[in-house]
Design a protein around this ligand. Structure first.
Ligand code: HEC
Length: 215
């Protein structure tokens, strides 16, 4: 049974413990295999850095959890930037649902992107102006595989290997494919020189919209 005197003796013994080699006070409370810790002073710069980090963290936590300031909430920051980019004044939904605004692309953007893809890849076979060369003419109303966007999409994705058109599924993104289709559609009726003779069936857009099979 330990008495109060015993405890006092213990603590007073710890207080006076001084390391013999360095003459520095030893920390009490823990020891491992006879290894003790010296009660060294921290260098002042480190101490103040530590205090500063405590002050900073308190301020930061306030900002995040109390004020929910725009500059520290990523989601808000993102939404603000998107909204600024779109010049829209939509109220931010407060329930936290992520409403990623679709990127607005104009017809010009699509045509420009489509023209770029076309000039780089397709013009070699379909002609600089879509007049047709190895591949068919894009400026007339006649299509071998159908003139709807879906038909063109299928040709671009699957290719027509036996006729020399490879699949562009791995070279082009879906957006690039859609854009190049938009570009090809814009060529209709442009009547460039040296046109290749019409091939395939005449395509009338309304027919396709009613989902009638082409004869
Ligand atoms: C190596 C030559 C070659 C290249 C490059 C090429 N094509 Fe073709 N393309 C052809 C040929 C040949 C056909 C005709 C296939 C047939 O007769 O069935 C064709 C057909 C098509 C058709 C269907 C035309 C129709 O009348 O139904 C579309 C759409 C098309 N190509 C789009 C493209 C696009 C878009 C690109 C560029 C990403 C491209 N092609 C690149 C050779 C090429």
């Amino acid at each position: 049974m330990s008495t109060i005197e015993d405890k006092n003796q213990d603590s007073s013994k710890k207080q006076v413990e001084i390391d013999e080699a360095t003459n520095v006070k030893l920390l009490g409370g823990h020891e491992f295999d006879g290894i003790r810790e010296l009660d060294n002073r921290l260098p002042p710069f480190l101490k103040y850095l530590f205090y500063a980090s405590i002050v900073f963290s308190a301020a930061y936590l306030m900002l995040v959890f109390v004020f929910e300031h725009d500059s520290v909430i990523q989601e808000k920051e993102y939404r603000n930037e998107m909204m600024a980019a779109m010049h829209q004044e939509e109220p931010t939904p407060s329930d936290g649902t992520e409403t990623a605004a679709p990127v607005q692309r104009t017809q010009e953007d699509m045509l420009a992107s489509g023209a770029e893809t076309y000039g780089k890849i397709c013009s070699v076979c379909h002609g600089k102006f879509g007049e047709g060369l190895v591949g068919p003419n894009f400026t007339d109303e006649y299509w071998i595989h159908g003139g709807s966007r879906e038909d063109m999409h299928a040709v671009i994705v699957n290719g027509v290997i036996e006729k020399g058109m490879i699949s562009y599924k791995n070279q082009l993104t879906e957006t690039q494919i859609q854009d190049v289709i938009t570009y090809i559609q814009s060529l209709k009726g442009t009547n460039p020189p040296n046109q290749k003779a019409p091939e395939g069936e005449k395509y009338v857009p309304q027919q396709q919209e009613e989902k009638q099979p082409q004869s």
